[in-house]
Design a protein around this ligand. Structure first.
Ligand SMILES: [Zn+2]
Length: 306
């Protein structure tokens, strides 16, 4: 009983502090742009997972680096030297494979600031983000010619890796700088270490579910009061009770989370062949619980804060 009360108080204080950040949102300053609205499929004509948070027309935060997003990063006019952090929700190929493309591509930019990279800790089936980066760019890694980017001052900038502990169920915060607060919480994506991310900037909050099932109820606390929740919508309502729900949320679970978190706008992304074409039904199911604005993401879409 006592433990339950303590847990409730802790959760309430997290929610209050996150909501407080969302209090005085400077709506004109912040935009969300979708670099990739797809999953890992080859023939979906979509880039895989990737999002930019624009602040005063600068690309400040990149969430996920799925295949194709680095091309779209250039297409939308994002400047690599403006990026302050890359947040990875997990390390599946459709969320991380373009990371080497960004790191190598930066050689041809005038970036001089170090770049903070955030991702989940590891487990027995997936390396921790620090190990992932070392296995890619370390001297013994896949691309040893890029190893200088892990050494401070060796090149024009260096990558600093920070990790979210996926064994904790509480919100973990990282104060990126005076203007940007990053928060993450572990979510369930089958056996994969995975995190959902929230970015608080200029009083506005945008939360990214990443890929997740509804098994761990953590996302509600993280997304509380967000201006936008980007929820990954890989499977339709008809998948209810099927094995795919161990990896992804069905629409009724997305609607429940959006309502409980009190988010102002819902953007559905990571759209895949099982869910594409079922938008009407998805919308109907979500609307049974959530009354806010719901949008289906396409590559390069931009979303304003409402
Ligand atoms: Zn995915």
């Amino acid at each position: 009983m006592k433990k339950g009360i303590t847990a409730f108080i802790a959760l309430a204080s997290v929610s209050m502090s996150l909501s407080a950040y969302a209090g005085q949102c400077n709506k004109d300053a912040i935009k969300l742009q979708v670099l990739g609205s797809g999953g890992p499929e080859l023939y979906d004509n979509r880039a895989s997972s990737g999002y930019i948070i624009w602040h005063n027309e600068k690309a400040r935060i990149l969430v996920d680096t799925g295949p194709g997003t680095s091309v779209n990063f250039g297409k939308v006019g994002a400047d690599y030297k403006d990026l302050e952090a890359i947040l990875l929700t997990h390390l599946h190929v459709d969320h991380s494979a373009d990371l080497p493309a960004y790191v190598k591509g930066a050689v041809f930019t005038d970036r001089i600031q170090d770049l903070a990279l955030y991702g989940p800790s590891g487990n027995e089936i997936m390396p921790a983000t620090k190990d992932f980066v070392t296995r890619l760019f370390g001297k013994e890694g896949v691309y040893p010619y890029l190893s200088d980017y892990l050494i401070p001052y060796a090149r024009n900038y260096a990558i600093e890796v920070n990790q979210v502990d996926i064994n904790k169920n509480s919100v973990q915060t990282f104060q990126l700088n005076d203007e940007v607060k990053l928060s993450a919480i572990a979510v369930e994506h089958g056996p994969l270490p995975a995190a959902a991310w929230r970015v608080d900037i200029e009083g506005c909050a945008i939360t990214f579910s990443g890929d997740m099932s509804a098994k761990r109820p953590n996302l509600i606390a993280l997304a509380k009061g967000s201006d936008i929740l980007v929820a990954h919508h890989a499977i339709p309502q008809a998948a209810k009770g099927r094995p795919a729900t161990a990896l992804h949320m069905i629409p009724e679970q997305i609607g429940h989370i959006a309502k409980q978190a009190g988010v102002k706008q819902l953007v559905l992304s990571h759209r895949m062949s099982p869910s594409v074409g079922k938008e009407q039904n998805t919308l109907k199911v979500i609307k049974q619980q959530y009354s806010g604005d719901v949008r289906f993401a396409e590559d390069l879409d931009t979303f304003d804060i409402q």
